[in-house]
Ligand binder design. Structure first.
Ligand code: ZN
Ligand code: ZN
Length: 165
């Protein structure tokens, strides 16, 4: 998505408020999908010869729990801070922390997608206490116990077993 920054480009100290919703529902982030648009609230700010982009991004993701594979959702919210600089020759600027642009528009889509990738947790569970699946029968143990014996050779349990025989 491109933002026209003509009104702040040549005047240090000027800013543009951003309050937008962006749809990334067609992109898959390593098996994770965005189930709501990304709400972006922040500012573009002309400072020190650069355009600073500071914003909060919030949205809901949908995914399969890493342990029990059930469909789950979670709200993510994080801050983005990036710096853009206008250059005539895009190959000119070698500073990797500054994103170059030409013309009077800044494209924030790529920056946003990179930040979403960085902020999606690598381990996603349906809940902290997820019990996962039984390794024997595959039952979702959050829905109840199964009758499989998964504690085969623990002597502490043998004592109890003998007691009940
Ligand atoms: Zn789970
Ligand atoms: Zn089982």
């Amino acid at each position: 998505m491109k933002i026209d920054i003509t009104s702040i480009l040549y005047e240090e100290g000027k800013s543009i408020d951003i309050d937008k919703e962006l749809d990334f529902s067609d992109i898959e982030f390593d098996g994770v999908k965005l189930s709501t648009p990304v709400r972006l609230v922040g500012k573009l700010f002309n400072i020190g010869g650069c355009i600073e982009f500071n914003s909060n991004a919030s949205f809901e993701i949908s995914y399969l729990c890493d342990r029990c594979l059930s469909e789950s959702t979670k709200i993510l919210s994080f801050d983005i801070s990036e710096r853009f600089k206008k250059t005539l020759d895009l190959a000119d600027d070698q500073n990797p922390d500054i994103i170059c642009f030409s013309g009077n528009e800044i494209d924030i889509s790529e920056v946003l997608i990179n930040n979403i990738f960085m902020n999606i947790p690598s381990k996603l569970l349906c809940c902290e206490e997820c019990k996962g699946l039984c390794p024997v029968c595959g039952k979702n143990l959050n829905e109840g116990e199964c009758n499989c014996d998964t504690r085969t050779s623990d002597p502490r349990f043998d004592v109890l077993d003998n007691f009940f025989k």
